[in-house]
Design a protein. Structure first.
Length: 82
């Protein structure tokens, strides 16, 4: 199964590790360090030109998605229920 992250980006559901609201980047020192490390490795991708609302962590990359974390979580859970 696949999850649409916004724009033209789709990932395999089995690659998904976590979905966070974008506010975690400001409130957590650990998340800032994690994203900074991913940026240094060039493993970060911003989807579309809209304001990012969520951070999606996969086994290979970190995505900034314009879709809210609650919507993405609903999509991920609907695949897990099948």
């Amino acid at each position: 199964m696949y999850i649409h992250l916004g724009g033209e980006k789709i990932i395999r559901a089995m690659e998904l590790v976590a979905i966070f609201d974008i506010s975690i980047e400001q409130s957590s020192k650990l998340s800032k360090q994690f994203v900074a490390g991913a940026m240094k490795r060039k493993d970060v991708e911003v989807i579309g030109e809209e304001e990012s609302k969520s951070i999606v962590i996969t086994k290979q990359k970190v995505y900034y998605s314009p879709i809210s974390s609650s919507t993405l979580k609903k999509r991920a859970h609907s695949f897990a229920a099948n």
